[in-house]
Write a protein that binds this ligand. Structure first.
Ligand code: WT7
Length: 634
């Protein structure tokens, strides 16, 4: 593809051009895709509204880029290698032609069930082939998919379905995770009790346990498929039509439905895939993320398929049947690019090296990480034991909101540097701001990370709430996109992400807002108030510490701790369960009533010496109490 950068000179040239003349630069990149009609204007934006449009007036369907376009040349090439949870079961290899046929057939199932362009379809499924098929089938007919990670609880699912008023829910009877069966339909049924917008639920049979059935609403996937053929023309979509909604947590209780559009998302997710991972024909690319997160959307489904790559999709977990599973899969499918999260690396590094050395990893060419800062130790473990000191490691910084990778080395082309995401991709202009929102001009500096110009896959809004979109991303530092991270820059311009500067905590690579967790805890009838902060954890990166104040001043109660954990699991999901719960007599507050989280964070991380200035506290005496409570252990 013409859009692939092949040398360091190419990179500098492309970067320069992308900054000097973004329209011209992206015009040329976008030409490499299949459009039904060319755009009239490359970019139009006004971040004070905020509003951003790319490839204005262009018409396309992303599935024609992912599927139809490859049929003539790659019809018999494997598009997806699906590796099942149980290693004794054979992997499936789905060719581009087969995938095309399956997508068109399922698109017809959706049509038969009343789904039309613009409708929202919620997908709550395990990591089985039908998940990307369902997503692509939505895209085929112009329906908007909203994939909800299958680890979320009933209530979290219901909140997401209701926010975007989904018409249809796609799920399965159950999902397999190691030796466990997750009863997805039961969880979904529970959610649907409070989701009046859902008219139909189509259920794929995966685990075959008995499930409850609501006549008129529930339909079996295979029975619906038996009624259709596999020919389905692609709906003509406008560049700026919505392709999907994906929820991410924010600093209020309500999840933010990030809106991605057809044209810009396609162009940039693919551009970043191709360049960061330097995909070449015959490579076998594996991203271990779940398709329920943006990483899976962009780097299992859309980026690789648009490129015509072979992408691996894994149903199971890294520890089943043992801690060598990832490496066994790499060896078995001869994976060339392997992309995972630092938390997985740290967890696997805790186990005997024999889980790694018993597999032949000579197939690997390029390694990647995503989701949180990677610490030096994990980086070296990955480099030495998995990459055998010969694979470039791309540390990719980006977000649900950015759609594609923003800052990263390009494998083998620009240099990597341990713990640094390094340089921006062409088209991306990061800056560091000081506390007053002024750009720091010195190269070597530390500050708040912000992005100066729009790029094609910026999420266009928060579904149904452009005001909140403006507030969260464009208000603190007018004229910039504000991602919520801090960063430092070395003398060569490499960026290192230092962590969140807002109330979001990254736990095991999952983005969790403190507010939704606190809201869940506060629902307990014995609890007045709570505050959740992160503290460093050697596997998860960060773990959660909840400070909880009860009505009757309880200071220790195991039953209540269990109830709080269950409440969080029920409201959000197990990923948000606090690791530590400390009962307190009160929370440190400023005179304006704001909880001083800085102090809570210090105490939770065991740093009781340097609490900083506590003079603005309304109740400074509480600090001593918090420290004593911490020291006692929880
Ligand atoms: C937040 C976005 C899109 C990736 C999956 C997570 C953190 C992401 C890195 C990295 C340091 C990183 C940031 C970011 N993050 N990648 N390479 N180094 N931090 O997507 O759930 O939207 O979370 O993840 O804090 O803002 P997300």
């Amino acid at each position: 593809m013409a859009l692939q950068i092949k040398s360091i000179e190419d990179y500098h040239k492309a970067y320069q051009k992308s900054i000097e003349n973004p329209s011209k630069f992206w015009d040329e990149i976008a030409k490499d895709f299949y459009w039904k009609k060319k755009w009239d204007q490359t970019l139009s934006y006004d971040w004070s509204v905020p509003e951003t449009k790319w490839f204005v007036g262009g018409k396309l369907n992303i599935t024609e880029n992912c599927l139809d376009r490859h049929l003539a040349t790659k019809g018999n090439q494997t598009a997806i290698i699906w590796e099942p949870n149980d290693p004794k079961v054979k992997a499936k290899h789905i060719t581009y032609r087969q995938l095309y046929s399956k997508v068109c057939a399922f698109a017809n199932v959706l049509k038969n069930n009343g789904v039309v362009k613009g409708d929202r379809v919620c997908i709550y499924m395990p990591m089985i082939i039908e998940l990307p098929i369902a997503a692509l089938a939505c895209a085929r007919i112009g329906a908007i998919h909203s994939i909800v990670f299958a680890g979320f609880s009933s209530r979290a699912l219901a909140a997401r379905i209701n926010d975007s008023k989904c018409k249809v829910l796609l799920t399965s009877d159950g999902g397999l995770r190691g030796d466990k069966i997750i009863p997805l339909k039961d969880i979904a049924d529970n959610a649907l009790k409070t989701c009046p917008s859902i008219k139909k639920s189509i259920i794929f049979k995966r685990t075959r346990q008995t499930v409850e059935w609501i006549k008129g609403r529930d339909l079996w996937w295979h029975e619906e498929l038996a009624k259709v053929d596999d020919s389905c023309p692609a709906e003509v979509m406008d560049s700026e039509d919505i392709l999907f909604i994906l929820y991410t947590s924010g600093s209020t209780g309500k999840p933010k439905g990030m809106v991605h559009t057809c044209g810009g998302y396609m162009v940039y997710s693919t551009y970043s895939f191709l360049n960061v991972f330097q995909y070449r024909p015959n490579d076998i690319y594996w991203c271990t993320a779940d398709i329920g997160w943006i990483t899976g959307h962009s780097f299992i489904v859309y980026g690789p398929l648009t490129t015509g790559a072979t992408t691996v999709m894994f149903e199971g977990i890294p520890s089943y049947p043992d801690f060598g599973r990832f490496w066994e899969i790499c060896e078995k499918h001869k994976v060339t690019q392997f992309y995972t999260a630092p938390t997985a690396i740290r967890a696997l590094a805790k186990h005997p090296l024999s889980f790694v050395t018993s597999h032949d990893l000579s197939c690997l060419k390029i390694l990647g990480t995503v989701g949180e800062p990677i610490n030096e130790e994990a980086w070296h473990w990955y480099n030495i034991n998995i990459g055998k000191n010969k694979c470039p490691i791309v540390d990719t910084w980006w977000q649900t909101e950015t759609g594609g990778i923003m800052i990263s080395s390009l494998a083998g082309i620009t240099k990597d540097k341990p713990t640094f995401a390094t340089l921006p991709l062409p088209g991306i202009q990061p800056v560091l701001l000081n506390g007053d929102g002024i750009e720091i001009t010195e190269i070597k500096a530390e500050g708040i990370l912000a992005i100066k110009q729009p790029w094609p896959s910026l999420a266009r809004t928060i579904y149904g709430d452009n005001k909140r979109y403006k507030n969260v991303y464009f208000s603190a530092y007018p004229g910039y996109y504000f991602p919520g991270d801090g960063a430092l820059r070395d003398s060569k311009g490499n960026y290192r992400i230092t962590g969140r500067v807002d109330d979001v905590i990254i736990v095991s690579g999952h983005n969790l807002g403190t507010a939704p967790i606190e809201n869940a805890i506060n629902e307990h009838e014995d609890i007045v108030e709570s505050a959740v902060v992160g503290f460093p954890h050697d596997i998860k990166g960060n773990a959660l510490h909840a400070y909880v104040m009860t009505y009757d001043g309880i200071i220790q109660n195991d039953k209540l701790i269990g109830e709080i954990r269950n409440l969080v699991t029920k409201t959000i999901g197990a990923i948000a369960r606090p690791d530590k719960i400390q009962f307190v007599k009160g929370l440190p507050k400023t005179r304006s009533g704001k909880i001083m989280r800085r102090i809570l964070r210090k105490i939770a991380s065991g740093d009781t010496e340097n609490l900083g200035d506590t003079s603005t506290l309304l109740n400074p005496e509480i600090v001593d109490d918090l420290q004593k409570g911490f020291a006692k252990g929880r």
